[in-house]
Ligand binder design. Structure first.
Ligand code: ATP
Ligand code: MG
Length: 423
């Protein structure tokens, strides 16, 4: 374990976090107070502290404390908070304060690690708790008053936006191969430069371990990697070093992902991880099926992947007519029309601010598909005998209505119906 990381000379001093919203929030303070009532210190750790120091939004707050999990349960309950033993065997209790959940985890060392399971020993040693964590930027702590504790010198890496393993990268990866994916995910989200060379080399050496990861765990990391600002770049690195093929059983095309991210940015479309995966890796329906199997995808995610297999046939292209986009919108809804447009747009080398494509993307803002104003009852009234003929006539009528760009009113359609029936 490289303890020298903690004593790097001239290291920047972390600021106080006293003004962070999430820290001042009464719910957060209530959790700190509950533990203090039992005489236990507590410190926020992980994503909350990391993101606050980086100046990016904080999603959830994890708290570390030397209090054993049973004590955390008891003290939280005594303070009128809800306590749920979500991972009590490795020390985690979820404490809910006024609808906000906090993962409170007892300081621990992972003495033996086998994949996601570790034999854990609870400790009162903050530095030991820091060393079992994955990256230096994830091992900063902050107390209720906002004082930062940095046992491993992670703050320098925050400043440099560098994702570095704690300790020997290869050893840390062997303990849990998910850390390979976390390394690329965190680099894609927080870093501005190439992946840390030592981390990358270790990931490449240990890459076969990726095949042992469960689909659920891969999916969890991949979801976040895919929507990261530098997703395409890091996916490309993973492909170039032979890592991607071990998690995705398809042939990836990072250049499409890169273009999609650009288009989303210009069109102010919020990124959807499944759509990004679709553009990256789905050419034929079999790709979608293989990904569903490997990543244990939900049905809506799978259906998003299928859109990419169908888009060349059923979706508007960036150079389609407005009418074609309307038909797609009418047939499949605004959301899928837009998603298929984005897929085709990203695949063809059309600029992200292309005026024609931009207008098609904006269509649902000013055009709502009308409801077809004629029904089977109208066809019967026109004198057609009940049977398959009714549906056929209705479909032909709808086809003509669509061809006329949806503008015919009911009256016009009934005239058209009479004409069809009298033939
Ligand atoms: P975010 O919640 O924004 O994803 P986070 O860093 O808080 O970021 P969590 O999954 O909530 O991520 O984990 C909390 C902390 O637990 C991390 O910051 C890290 O210190 C530690 N951690 C999480 N996963 C691992 C892992 N696989 N190996 C070692 N430490 C981990
Ligand atoms: Mg977290």
């Amino acid at each position: 374990m490289s303890n020298d990381q903690s004593s790097a000379e001239g290291a920047a001093q972390p600021p106080r976090l006293a003004d962070a919203d999430w820290l001042k929030r009464p719910q957060t303070q209530a959790v700190f107070r509950a533990l203090a009532a039992g005489g236990y210190p507590a410190r926020a750790v992980g994503g909350g502290v990391r993101n606050a120091l980086l100046g990016v939004p904080v999603h959830d707050v994890d708290i570390a404390t030397p209090a054993p999990p049973e004590e955390v349960m008891r003290l939280a309950t005594a303070a009128g908070l809800k306590a749920v033993p979500t991972g009590i065997e490795h020390g985690t209790v979820t404490v809910v304060a006024d609808h906000i959940p906090y993962e409170v985890t007892t300081l621990r060392e992972d003495v033996e690690t086998f994949g996601r399971h570790a034999r854990v020993v609870f400790t009162e040693d903050w530095a030991a708790d820091a060393r079992r964590r994955d990256f230096t930027i994830n091992a900063l702590y902050c107390d209720a008053e906002g004082t930062i504790y940095d046992p491993l010198g992670g703050y320098q890496d925050i400043v440099a936006r560098r994702v570095r393993f704690i300790g020997d990268p290869e050893e840390r990866i062997r303990e849990d191969y998910l850390r390979i994916l976390r390394f690329f995910r965190l680099t894609a989200v927080y870093s501005a430069s190439a992946p840390d060379p030592e981390g990358l080399a270790a990931a490449v050496r240990q890459r076969d371990g990726l095949t042992r990861l469960s689909g659920e765990r891969i999916r969890q990391e991949l979801m976040r990697l895919m929507v990261a600002p530098r997703a395409a770049e890091l996916i490309e690195v993973m492909r170039d070093y032979g890592l991607l093929a071990l998690v995705l059983p398809v042939a990836p095309r990072p250049q499409f992902l890169k273009r999609l991210a650009e288009i989303e940015r210009v069109q102010a479309a919020s990124p959807d991880w499944a759509l990004r995966l679709a553009v990256l890796a789905v050419e034929v329906p079999e790709d979608a099926a293989r990904l569903r199997e490997r990543l244990r995808l939900s049905t809506p995610e799978y259906e998003t992947l299928l859109l990419a297999a169908e888009a060349p046939r059923t979706g508007p292209r960036p150079d389609s007519s407005v009418h074609e986009a309307k038909v797609s919108n009418y047939r499949r809804g605004a959301r899928d029309m837009r998603r298929q447009l984005l897929i085709n747009w990203a695949r063809l080398d059309v600029p992200p601010n292309d005026p024609t494509a931009t207008a098609l993307y904006a269509l649902p803002e000013h055009w709502q598909p009308p409801t077809f104003p004629v029904s089977g009852a109208d066809v019967l009234k026109a004198g057609v005998q009940p049977g398959p003929q009714v549906g056929k006539i209705l479909a032909e009528l709808e086809r003509r209505w669509i061809e006329a760009d949806f503008v015919w009113e009911r009256e016009r359609l009934l005239t058209e119906l009479d004409r069809l029936v009298s033939r």
